[in-house]
Design a protein around this ligand. Structure first.
Ligand code: AMP
Length: 657
C-alpha cells in the first residue's frame, strides 16, 4: 500500500484532515478543504430515511424537520458505558440508551427509533474525511493517523480505532492531541535541548491543558534526516464540559437581562428565540476578539414580542467580565498541570505555550494564559488546525517521508494497570505515567491440584484495594498443563502499545507452553472517572496523613496532660488562681479531643487542626506552671516526677508540632 497516510483530528465539535509530504516528500503539511474552501467539518451526522447519511455542515444546519435524526458531540460517548456517560447525558443533544453490555448507544427517534453506536457515527465522519482527502489528492486514501485526547483510556482508543475500521481506514497510529499540536509547532523551530511545552486547548465544549517535554534526538546534520525526538506528556488536566459555548451562554444571559431592563413585560424567549440569541451571542463574542465593541440587534433578529428590544452594545470589557470566572477555571487547571509536571521538568522553564481550539482566539484567554505561564502564547499556527497538521506530520514520518524529523512519540499511561491478587489487593504491573510503549509482567501459580485455567481480573486505578479501582475486564488463561498446586509458573505479560492499547499474553514457564488468553469485554474509563480516581487517591492520601497526625497528637496530648496534672499537684500552689483556672480549662478542652479521637477509632471524624490548636492553647496556658516547676526544681525541691518529667514534656511538645 503506497498511497498517502493522512492526519485526522477527530474532534468533538469539528474534524479536519491534513496531509504532509505529498505528493512531494518535502511538501509542508496542509489541511484539505471541501469544495467551498472550508477546512473544518462539523462533527455532526444526520440519519435520513432509506439509509442515507448526511455529514458535516449540511447536517449541522438541518432544520426542525430533521429533529431526532441528528447526532453531534458523539466523541463524548466513544468507548463508554451508559453509566460512564451519566454525567454527560443532560448535555448531549440526543437520546442515549444502553446497548449490549451497557455500552452507550444513540437513539434516533426521528429515524424510526433505531439505535446507532458511537463508533458508527464517528465512522461516518471519518468516511467523509477519507472521501474528501481522496478527491483532493486524486488517489484513494486508506491509511490515517488519528488523534485522541491524551486522557483517552484503552476502551476509548479501541472505539476510535474500530470507527476507523468501519470507515474503511487503517488507523496506523493513534496520537495524543497535545502531542500532535506540539509536532506541528516543532516544524519551524527545532529545539536545541529539552523543551517544556504547554498545549492549552479550548474548543467549543471541552478544555484541556497538557505539559509536554520534547527531548531532541541526536541530529544527523546534512543527512537530510533528523533523528528521533521524544514527545512526553508530563501532565494533563481539563474540564470536559467547558468551552466557547459557555462564553455564548454567559452573553445570552447578559442580553436577556438587558432586554428585561428595557421592557420588564417581555415574555420568556421560546426555543427558537434562544437559538437565535445564541447565534447573536456567538457572533458578538467572535467580533470582540478583533474589535472593542459589538452591536447586538436583538429586536431585528428575534421579532415578535422581542421586536421592540433596542439594539444593545457589548464592549470587550463587558465580555471579559462575563467570561472571567470561566477563564479562571481553565487557569486553575493550568496551575494543577504545572504542579504535577514540575518534578519532571528538572527546574527548566516553559519554553512555549501553544494554543489549540477556536475559543483561544479570545483576547482575555490569551492574556490570562500568558500571565499564568509568564510567556506570550505562540500563535503562528491556526488554533483550529494545529492538531490535524501535527497528525499529518506524524503520518508522513510513518510513511517514510524524506527530510522530515523522525519524531518518536512517547505518550504516557494515564492510570496504573494491574491485576487483582488473592486478598482483594491491586497489584500494579504498569504504573501511571509510564511512557508508552510500556511493558510489565507478574508471576502466578495455581491454587488447586491439576488446575488448568486461571481467571485474571484486570484493573486500572491508583488505589491499593481492588474495590477502589476500575475493573477493565477478565482474562481467562487456559491450557495450563495439569500439575500439583503451586507448581506451574505462570508469567503474565502486560504490554501497552504505541497507540495506548493494552494486550495481555501468558506463558507457563516450566512447560514453555503459551496460554490462550480470552478477554471478557470491558467498558471504558471516562475522563471524569480518571479525574475522580486521581482526586480520591489524593483525598485518601490526605486523610491517611491526617489520621497519622491525629495518632501523634493523641499520644503527645496524653503525655502533656499526665505531666500537667502531676505538676499541678506538685507546684500548683505557685501559680495564681486565674492561671490555674486557665490551665484546667485548657486541659478539659484537650481531654475532650482525646476522648473523641480515642472513641472514633482512627480519629477520622476529628479535625486535626482544631486538635492541634487545643494542644497549643494548653501549652501556652501552662507556661507559668512550667516556670514554677523549674524554679522549684532549681530550689532543690525535686518531688516525684521532677526535672526528668519536665524534660519529657518539652520533648512531647515539639513532637506534636
Ligand atoms: P473548536 O471546538 O475548536 O472548533 O472551537 C469552537 C469554539 O471557538 C466556538 O465556541 C467558537 O465560538 C469559538 N471561536 C471561533 N472563533 C473565535 C474567535 N475569533 N473568537 C472567540 N471565539 C471563537
Amino acid at each position: 500500500m503506497n498511497g498517502p497516510i493522512v492526519g485526522i483530528d477527530l474532534g468533538t465539535t469539528n474534524s479536519l484532515v491534513a496531509v504532509a509530504g505529498w505528493p512531494n516528500p518535502t511538501d509542508p503539511p496542509r489541511v484539505l478543504a471541501d469544495n467551498a474552501g472550508s477546512a473544518l467539518m462539523p462533527s455532526v451526522v444526520r440519519f435520513d430515511d432509506g439509509g442515507a447519511v448526511v455529514v458535516g455542515s449540511p447536517a449541522r444546519s438541518s432544520g426542525p424537520a430533521h429533529t431526532g435524526r441528528i447526532v453531534a458531540s458523539v466523541k463524548r460517548l466513544m468507548g463508554r458505558s451508559l453509566a460512564d456517560a451519566g454525567p454527560d447525558l443532560p448535555f448531549l443533544p440526543f437520546e442515549v440508551v444502553a446497548g449490549e453490555g451497557d455500552t452507550a448507544r444513540v437513539r434516533l427517534p426521528g429515524a424510526g427509533g433505531r439505535n446507532v453506536t458511537p463508533q458508527e457515527v464517528s465512522a461516518h465522519i471519518l468516511r467523509a474525511l477519507k472521501e474528501r482527502a481522496s478527491s483532493a489528492l486524486g488517489v484513494p486514501v486508506e491509511r490515517a493517523v488519528v488523534t485522541v485526547p491524551a486522557y483517552f483510556d484503552d476502551a476509548q482508543r479501541q472505539a476510535t480505532r474500530d470507527a476507523a475500521r468501519l470507515a474503511g481506514l487503517d488507523a496506523v497510529r493513534l496520537v495524543a492531541e497535545p502531542t500532535a499540536a506540539a509536532l506541528a509547532y516543532g516544524l519551524g523551530t527545532r529545539p536545541q535541548g529539552p523543551q517544556n511545552i504547554v498545549v492549552y486547548d479550548l474548543g467549543g465544549g471541552t478544555f484541556d491543558v497538557s505539559i509536554l517535554r520534547i527531548t531532541p534526538g541526536s541530529g544527523e546534520a546534512g543527512s537530510g534526516k533528523l533523528a528521533a525526538d521524544a514527545f512526553e506528556v508530563l501532565a494533563t488536566h481539563g474540564d470536559t464540559r467547558l468551552g466557547g459555548d459557555d462564553f455564548d451562554h454567559a452573553v445570552v444571559t447578559w442580553i436577556v437581562a438587558r432586554a428585561l431592563d428595557a421592557n420588564p413585560q417581555l415574555p420568556p424567549p421560546d426555543a427558537q428565540s434562544i437559538g437565535r440569541l445564541k447565534a447573536l451571542a456567538e457572533r458578538a463574542k467572535v467580533e470582540l476578539s478583533s474589535s472593542e465593541s459589538s452591536a447586538i440587534d436583538v429586536g431585528a433578529s428575534l421579532g415578535g414580542a422581542w421586536g421592540s428590544v433596542p439594539a444593545l452594545t457589548l464592549a470587550r470589557a463587558d465580555l471579559d467580565g462575563l467570561i472571567a470566572p470561566l477563564v479562571d477555571r481553565t487557569i486553575a487547571s493550568c496551575r494543577r498541570a504545572l504542579r504535577d509536571a514540575q518534578r519532571q521538568m528538572n527546574g527548566e522553564p516553559i519554553s512555549a505555550v501553544i494554543l489549540v481550539g477556536g475559543a483561544t482566539r479570545t483576547p482575555l484567554v490569551r492574556e490570562r494564559v500568558g500571565q499564568v505561564f509568564g510567556l506570550a502564547p505562540y500563535t503562528a499556527i491556526d488554533p483550529d488546525q494545529a492538531v490535524a497538521l501535527g497528525a499529518a506530520v506524524q503520518a508522513s514520518i510513518i510513511g517514510g517521508g524524506a527530510g522530515t524529523a523522525q519524531a518518536l512519540l512517547l505518550d504516557v499511561v494515564p492510570l496504573s494497570l494491574g491485576i487483582e491478587t488473592a486478598n482483594g489487593a491491586f497489584a500494579k504491573i504498569i504504573v501511571r505515567n509510564a511512557p508508552i510503549p510500556a511493558a510489565g509482567h507478574e508471576m502466578f501459580s495455581t491454587q488447586v491440584d491439576g488446575q488448568t485455567s486461571v481467571k485474571l481480573h484486570v484493573l486500572q486505578g491508583e488505589r491499593e484495594m481492588v474495590a477502589d479501582c476500575r475493573s477493565l475486564g477478565e482474562f481467562h488463561l487456559r491450557g495450563i498443563p495439569p500439575m500439583p498446586a503451586g507448581i506451574p509458573q505462570l508469567r503474565v505479560d502486560f504490554a501497552v502499545d504505541a497507540n495506548g492499547l493494552l494486550t495481555v499474553s501468558a506463558l507457563e514457564r516450566r512447560s514453555g507452553k503459551r496460554l490462550s488468553v480470552q478477554i471478557v469485554p470491558h467498558h471504558g474509563l471516562s475522563r471524569d472517572e480518571v479525574e475522580r480516581i486521581e482526586r480520591e487517591s489524593f483525598a485518601n492520601a490526605l486523610s491517611d496523613m491526617s489520621r497519622h497526625r491525629i495518632a501523634d497528637l493523641l499520644a503527645n496530648s496524653r503525655l502533656d496532660l499526665l505531666w500537667i496534672n502531676r505538676q499541678l499537684t506538685r507546684a500548683g500552689g505557685l501559680v495564681s488562681a486565674p492561671q490555674r483556672a486557665a490551665i484546667e480549662r485548657g486541659a478539659a478542652a484537650l481531654q475532650a479531643f482525646i476522648d473523641l479521637a480515642a472513641a472514633d477509632g482512627g480519629g477520622a471524624g476529628v479535625d486535626p487542626d482544631a486538635f492541634h490548636a487545643a494542644k497549643e492553647a494548653l501549652d501556652r496556658a501552662s507556661v507559668p506552671l512550667h516556670e514554677a516547676s523549674i524554679k522549684q526544681s532549681l530550689a532543690g525541691e525535686t518531688g516525684a516526677g521532677g526535672a526528668g518529667t519536665a524534660g519529657g514534656a518539652g520533648g512531647t511538645g515539639t513532637a506534636g508540632r
